[in-house]
Design a protein around this ligand. Structure first.
Ligand code: AMP
Ligand code: ZN
Length: 462
């Protein structure tokens, strides 16, 4: 019996799918205007963990994930430029090219982290008609109104607004910045559709002239299309609770007249060095960058699994070193079981399976489940225990079948080599080729070769 924590009710609940053995699930996907950072990817490791536990428990899944390629403005409210349009301008590409490139990289990261793709991947720009129809419906039902710059949801018509975050609307408004749009009936009313200015890069014809959708409407329209009126689980990161998911609830429940999501699940944030990840601090690492520093992407997955998804996870390179070492040791510890011809008592196997299952079914307690696996590796070597570990790997996704004997040298790339490679990168940016060559030699003297990559560099032992 799987119990999961429902953000809506603030408690763990037994999962009871609406359609027998099939779980219907929607996951907010990425806005594809830049590389996904390790924080974003933590949220998708969480989504994947949930999908794997569901499958391990014998459920089928119909999962949908959107790709936001229009409508996500610089603030989660309705101001600022469209993130896609801004990236397109900066990189002198079309928004379509930007979206295609970053979507491709995103799914490459999925593959490297053993994150399975949801059954339906839905691009916002492929669903403009559905969004327009949805907005028309809300207008017809009296939940929306037109202004000179768009169509807005009328929060005053939806008294339950705020039930997910449990934020009092008046408090939210008191804290809100000075209102710029005087035509809105209520400061928290949000855009369903925006009318486009002439030079706006992405726009479509609509009953309200040329325009583009608001960010939130895509998730309501696409979940309705693929999963029906009410579905079982909706996932996302905790930052989505107060605006994006409140708005989704308002749109969907207003249109359908009933509850549309049974369980809301949210992954906590990843911090870096105890603080927020941000471009200006230069601490938004990508999987490619971790790989370049000598880490196995699956060691990052291990790092994520080792913390409960509802707890903040602080990323540091010391922590990442520890995860890489633990992951290597785990594969080594399993190797002696892989090689063993010995049997193992059924009761011993059963007791490990019971403990593992209890952990994963208790709101995805993967840290505890990993602990069970570690204890198991310390048993007398047996191929039966190895087979059980492979069964557990259906949930863990750590490629435990690659269990191997200890490597001669699996030490991470030394900090000195990384520092030199970073200096070399800076020298190359300044076109200081002589300095760049000197640094390459210095790196070689430490026993490493450096290669240039799109992201920067990668270091390999000679
Ligand atoms: P975005 O591409 O900005 O829409 O974000 C994609 C996903 O990453 C969303 O589900 C966010 O909630 C999540 N996310 C953003 N930053 C972090 C972070 N620091 N830690 C964990 N998840 C995050
Ligand atoms: Zn969403």
């Amino acid at each position: 019996m799987l119990k999961v924590y429902n953000t809506l009710t603030r408690q763990k609940e037994e999962l009871c799918p609406l359609k027998g053995n099939t779980v219907t699930m929607y996951s907010c996907g990425p806005t594809v205007y830049n590389y996904a950072h390790i924080g974003n990817l933590r949220t998708y490791v969480f989504m994947d963990m949930l999908r794997r536990v569901l499958r391990y428990d014998g459920y089928k899944i119909k999962g949908v994930m959107n790709i936001t390629d229009v409508g996500h403005l610089l603030s989660d409210g309705d101001d600022g430029e469209d993130k896609m349009a801004k990236a397109a301008k900066e990189q002198k590409k079309s928004p379509q090219e930007i979206a295609a490139y970053y979507t491709d990289v995103f799914f490459k990261d999925f593959a490297r982290l053993n994150i399975g793709r949801p059954e339906v991947i839905a691009k916002a720009t492929d669903h403009i008609d559905e969004m327009i129809a949805y907005v028309q419906d809300l207008l017809q039902k009296g939940y929306a109104y037109e202004t000179s710059d768009g169509i807005y949801f009328d929060i005053g018509k939806f008294p339950a607004y705020g039930k997910l975050s449990r934020l009092n609307l008046d408090d939210q408004i008191a804290g809100a910045r000075v209102e710029v749009n005087a035509e809105k009936r209520h400061p928290a009313d949000f855009a369903l559709w925006k009318k486009a200015e002439k030079n706006h890069i992405m726009q479509w014809p609509s009953p309200w002239g040329m325009g583009y959708p608001g960010w939130h409407i895509e998730c309501s329209a696409m979940s309705r299309k693929y999963l029906g009126v009410t579905f079982d689980i909706h996932t996302g990161g905790v930052d989505h609770i107060p605006v994006h998911h409140e708005n989704e609830i308002a749109q969907s429940e207003a249109r359908e007249g009933c509850r549309t999501v049974n369980v809301w699940m949210h992954g906590e944030f990843m911090l870096v060095d105890g603080g927020k990840m941000s471009k200006s601090l230069g601490n938004t690492y990508t999987i490619d960058q971790l790989h370049a520093r000598g880490y196995d992407p699956l060691a990052f997955r291990y790092f994520c699994l080792n913390a409960h998804y509802r707890k903040k996870l602080n990323f540091t390179f010391e922590g990442m070193d520890a995860a890489q070492t633990a992951y290597d040791r785990l594969l080594e510890a399993l190797y002696k079981h892989k090689q063993s011809a010995e049997d193992c008592d059924e009761s011993v196997l059963q007791s490990y399976k019971d403990r593992f299952d209890a952990a994963v079914n208790d709101d995805l307690n993967l840290p505890l489940a990993l602990g069970v696996l570690w204890t198991m590796t310390k048993e007398k070597p047996s191929h039966k225990l190895y087979a059980l570990a492979l069964e557990f790997d259906k949930v863990l996704g750590l490629n435990l079948h690659t269990a191997h004997p200890p490597k001669e040298d699996d030490a991470p790339v030394p900090a000195e080599a990384i520092a030199l490679a970073e200096q070399r990168l800076a020298a190359r940016k300044n076109k200081d080729w002589a300095e760049s060559d000197r640094l390459r030699d210095a790196i070689a003297a430490l026993g490493y070769t450096v290669a240039d990559t799109k992201e920067g560099f990668s270091l390999h032992k000679k």
